[in-house]
Design a protein around this ligand. Structure first.
Ligand SMILES: *[C@@H]1O[C@H](CO)[C@@H](O)[C@H](O)[C@H]1NC(C)=O
Ligand SMILES: *[C@@H]1O[C@H](CO)[C@@H](O)[C@H](O)[C@H]1NC(C)=O
Ligand SMILES: *[C@@H]1O[C@H](CO)[C@@H](O)[C@H](O)[C@H]1NC(C)=O
Ligand SMILES: *[C@@H]1O[C@H](CO)[C@@H](O)[C@H](O)[C@H]1NC(C)=O
Ligand SMILES: *[C@@H]1O[C@H](CO)[C@@H](O)[C@H](O)[C@H]1NC(C)=O
Ligand SMILES: *[C@@H]1O[C@H](CO)[C@@H](O)[C@H](O)[C@H]1NC(C)=O
Ligand SMILES: *[C@@H]1O[C@H](CO)[C@@H](O)[C@H](O)[C@H]1NC(C)=O
Ligand SMILES: [Cu+2]
Length: 586
């Protein structure tokens, strides 16, 4: 209960600190998505407080009973509803009896509060059972989820919805605003999953049993064997219903926190206009099907302009891996007297799962809205090439970047650096590139052995950095995977996507420096490459990793540092593990 007892003090200091955080926000709006009127933000800023109790509960989101990790008894957890400029205070109480926890605020840049990022091992010690932790930050976009072990796939996640300040007009109009959180769901526990991933030989959990829309899916209980754990009539697993009024336009905030699957989402019979991605306005484009990768958020507009005498499917299908999971479905309901009536058509099947060109085309179509372009710096100070490979280390299957597979040190980097602790992590620079002229991305390496490492990339403060992600062969011949890469503490410009081997002497000419979209998560296609640029202007230590939970667990991530000397005094609440010392108290 040691840190629990400090929560009251921290909470009150966070309330006192609200004004300071609002000022930090005013600086942030230069890069933020929506508002630019600092005066308005100041006048309207509120402090919103949430108290969350994290605990294990038996849940049946797809009709099959399973132990899930919940917030205040629910999965997905409560939606954080705020207005841009507000300060959100979340008091997290870890009531898991046997497990640590940490919650990451995905897409929130944490300018001036790098210790509130919620990444266990990088920015804080885990929250131990019985402990509380106060996260305090200014929101900017739309997701939160566990960042400890594999708790994300156990259900510890939710949506953060941030409205524009009063008086700010968005570049599109709609009548109603709804969120759709997409997930994949396994019946095996996360402990079994993690044990399998760490085993020699490797034991793979296989594809998810269900896909969930707003925490609801429909498993075929006939496949469950015993009937007492699966009940298709359980109210918990009745399909999500979105009720519409003919003629009205709906903003759907579609967010994916899948642990593994890339998804394709559609609303049967309706086109969607994509207007926002990861908290930034998009040059509007119309799609029938939207690809969405784990960690991404999109806003789309749909108009209820179809035959109102029937209902329509909402459907999510697996792409980029051979699907073995039925579509996740919900119902678009025009029939208000029978909202759950099944639509007469077959469930939409989505595009071919292996149509890489189609996915690449949609990713490339994402551009900044013409009135909201923030041009990137014309040149970069440094370019890092990251080769993504599957490797073996002492018989364990791992993922590596430039032959280094990431392992967390026992002491979080942020604390180690601020307290000048030595022997916490490998202080030699992490590898900047690989032999891109000769490495064959299409075939398994003749020597698939890599090493584990804790080394990081350190950037000169305010410098401009390019990172090019290169997807290569996995350990099997002619197979490569899709990886959604997520950066903490920054939004980055997506300069280009390509297929094949990236050649810096040729392909930099393809960089879009005119109207690239800013994002915090971007897809990397099989045997393809993705180039991003960002400013190292946020003092702190930040993870950059594949958002596939099992891939990150198996080492698919790197860590960035910039401006550590500018980071303010760290709160005690993040300390207490490894070598991190708690300051003496009187
Ligand atoms: C925090 O958890 C403890 C048990 O671990 C419980 O007694 C307490 O009521 C919880 N507090 C809140 C605010 O849920
Ligand atoms: C969707 O858009 C396509 C292409 O613009 C168009 O041909 C089609 O009629 C639209 N469908 C609906 C239902 O509006
Ligand atoms: C895509 O996968 C299907 C099987 O699901 C296969 O029949 C087809 O040949 C594949 N297409 C390509 C381009 O590999
Ligand atoms: C890879 O490492 C293993 C030990 O884990 C070793 O037995 C094997 O010879 C190595 N392979 C090569 C090609 O060096
Ligand atoms: C860590 O080292 C820096 C630079 O040498 C120094 O300014 C700082 O005071 C040291 N911090 C601690 C906690 O010792
Ligand atoms: C990774 O390390 C192994 C063993 O040192 C080496 O044989 C292999 O070429 C390296 N691969 C890459 C991509 O650098
Ligand atoms: C891999 O693909 C290449 C080119 O498509 C082909 O020549 C080769 O036979 C394939 N190898 C295997 C093992 O399927
Ligand atoms: Cu991955």
């Amino acid at each position: 209960m040691r840190r629990g007892s400090e929560s009251t003090m921290l909470l009150s200091s966070s309330l006192r600190g609200a004004q300071q955080v609002v000022l930090l926000f005013a600086a942030m709006s230069l890069l933020g998505c929506c508002g630019s009127n600092g005066g308005l933000l100041m006048a309207n800023a509120k402090v919103i407080e949430y108290r969350w109790d994290v605990s294990h509960q038996f849940k049946s989101p797809d009709c099959f009973r399973k132990l899930a990790i919940t917030i205040n008894g629910e999965t997905p957890g409560p939606t954080i509803d705020a207005q841009q400029g507000d300060t959100v205070v979340v008091v997290v109480n870890n009531s898991l009896l046997t497990e640590n926890a940490a919650i990451h605020w995905h897409g929130i840049r944490q300018i001036g509060t790098p210790w509130s990022d919620g990444t266990e091992g990088v920015t804080q010690c885990p929250i131990m059972p019985g402990d509380s932790f106060v996260y305090r930050f200014v929101p900017g976009t739309y997701l939160y989820h566990a960042h400890y072990g594999m708790q994300m796939s156990a259900g510890l996640y939710g949506v953060i919805r941030v409205a524009v300040p009063d008086g700010t007009v968005e570049p599109f109009a709609y009548d109603f605003d709804h969120s759709l959180l997409l997930n994949d769901w396994w019946h095996q526990s996360t402990y079994e999953q993690a044990a399998g991933l760490s085993a020699v030989p490797f034991v793979w959990i296989e594809e998810p049993q269900s896909l969930l829309i707003n925490g609801r899916g429909q498993f075929n209980c006939a496949l469950a064997g015993t009937t007492d754990v699966c009940d298709t009539t359980a109210p918990e697993c009745s399909p999500y219903v979105l009720s519409v009024v003919p003629g009205k336009t709906y903003r759907l905030r579609i967010a994916s926190l899948t642990a593994l699957s890339a998804l394709n989402f559609e609303v049967e019979g309706h086109n969607m206009t994509v207007v926002e991605a990861d908290g930034h306005y998009v040059k509007p484009f119309v799609v029938k099907n939207l690809n969405i990768y784990s960690g991404e958020t999109y806003s789309v507009l749909i108009t209820a302009d179809q035959d109102p005498s029937r209902n329509y499917w909402l459907a999510a299908n697996v792409i980029a891996r051979q699907p073995r999971t039925p579509a996740g479905t919900g119902i678009l309901n025009y029939l208000h007297d029978s909202p759950e009536e099944k639509p007469p058509a077959a469930t939409p099947a989505g595009p071919m799962w292996n149509d890489t060109e189609y996915r690449l085309a949609q990713s490339t179509a994402l551009r900044a809205h013409p009135d909201h372009i923030l041009p990137p710096p014309a040149t970069a100070d440094r370019m890092i090439l990251l080769l993504n490979t599957q490797n073996l280390i002492d018989g364990h299957t791992r993922w590596a970047l430039n032959n280094v597979s990431f392992n967390f040190p026992h002491t979080p980097y942020l604390i180690a650096m601020k307290q000048n602790l030595s022997d916490v992590f490998d202080e030699r620079p992490a590898p900047e590139t690989y032999d891109y002229k000769h490495y064959d991305i299409y075939n398994p390496s003749s020597n698939p052995n890599a090493t584990v490492g804790t080394s990081i990339y350190r950037f000169e403060f305010d410098s401009t950095v390019d990172v090019v992600l290169q997807s290569a062969n996995i350990l099997k011949p002619n197979k490569s995977e899709t990886h959604p890469w997520h950066m903490h503490g920054h939004d980055f410009w997506v300069l280009a996507h390509g297929m094949g081997r990236f050649d810096p002497d040729v392909d930099t000419a393809r960089f879009n420096l005119v109207d690239p979209i800013l994002k915090n998560t971007v897809d990397l296609q099989p045997f393809g490459w993705t180039a991003i640029r960002f400013k190292a202007d946020n003092p702190g230590v930040w993870a950059f990793h594949c958002h596939v939970e099992s891939h990150f667990f198996m080492g698919m991530g790197v860590v960035f540092e910039e401006g550590i000397d500018r980071v303010g005094e760290l709160p005690e609440s993040i300390m207490g593990c490894g070598k991190s010392k708690l300051p003496n108290r009187s």
